[in-house]
Ligand binder design. Structure first.
Ligand SMILES: Nc1ncnc2c1ncn2[C@@H]1O[C@H](COP(=O)(O)OP(=O)(O)O)[C@@H](O)[C@H]1O
Ligand SMILES: [Mg+2]
Length: 224
């Protein structure tokens, strides 16, 4: 029997997607096929310049494929490398408020703010000015913003690149928890060039010379 909630599960599918920037002859992404059909922490690894950010721009529709098709029913949220390029408001509460996209009562708003801050390990941070947050706390605030706007699929573009190791691990652990323990769990596509992060993934694919590999278990990847 088909699962009655099947259509609610966010999914993304690429069918023979190729892409090159205007004026470039070579395809940066070539006949890319993959799908993400269930929640979890999916990671794409690749060297600098391999096209990882371009892949995310294709997924969220900022750019269109030259050939092929992209299907998605996901409600996508983004987390970028530098949270300072993303956070607009002076404190955590006001930043979360501008991300709530439905008309709900003050009481429900307060409950929601408390809930999402708790989910990212920032209970009690509501009134904190953004400039007093560490880089990792800012990244977790951007994740809380995705949660409060009811996103079910988060794309993270090297979200730990600017963080120290402790913050890096906290952000990783936050996404790991949200993609496994939340009900229903979140889907996340995490882009990285750091091979040591792959151990947290449910599945890993490598972007190299325009090709995206099949999804594999993280243990199949090694430092190189
Ligand atoms: N808007 C753009 N116009 C032309 N070339 C671009 C543009 N954005 C990125 N590129 C080029 O595409 C290649 C891949 O970039 P990018 O997707 O940012 O890689 P990564 O995120 O893996 O470092 C690079 O050579 C980059 O210079
Ligand atoms: Mg990039």
């Amino acid at each position: 029997m088909r699962d009655p909630h099947e259509n609610d599960i966010p999914h993304i599918k690429f069918k023979d997607v190729s892409f090159s920037y205007p004026g470039e002859k070579e395809n940066l992404i070539f006949k890319c096929n993959f799908s993400i059909k269930k929640p979890g922490l999916w990671m794409v690894v690749g060297k600098n310049g391999s096209g990882k950010s371009t892949l995310l721009k294709l997924i969220n529709g900022i750019i269109k494929p030259k050939n092929g098709f992209i299907y998605s029913n996901a409600n996508i949220g983004m987390v970028f490398q530098n949270p300072d390029h993303q956070i607009l408001m002076p404190n955590c509460r006001s930043e979360l408020l501008i991300n709530i996209n439905q008309n709900i009562s003050q009481n429900e708003i307060n409950k929601k703010i408390e809930y999402v801050l708790d989910q990212v390990g920032m209970t009690g941070f509501e009134k904190r000015p953004v400039h007093t947050l560490s880089g990792g706390q800012k990244q977790r605030l951007t994740i809380a913003c995705a949660l409060i706007s009811d996103r079910n699929f988060i794309l993270l573009d090297e979200p730990t690149a600017l963080l120290d190791q402790i913050s890096q691990l906290k952000v990783l652990q936050t996404i790991k928890n949200l993609t496994s323990d939340l009900k229903p769990p979140l889907s996340a596509l995490w882009i990285t060039h750091r091979y040591e992060e792959l151990t947290y993934a449910d599945a890993v694919a490598e972007l190299k010379n325009g090709f995206l590999s099949n999804w594999r278990e993280p243990s199949k990847f090694q430092y190189n």
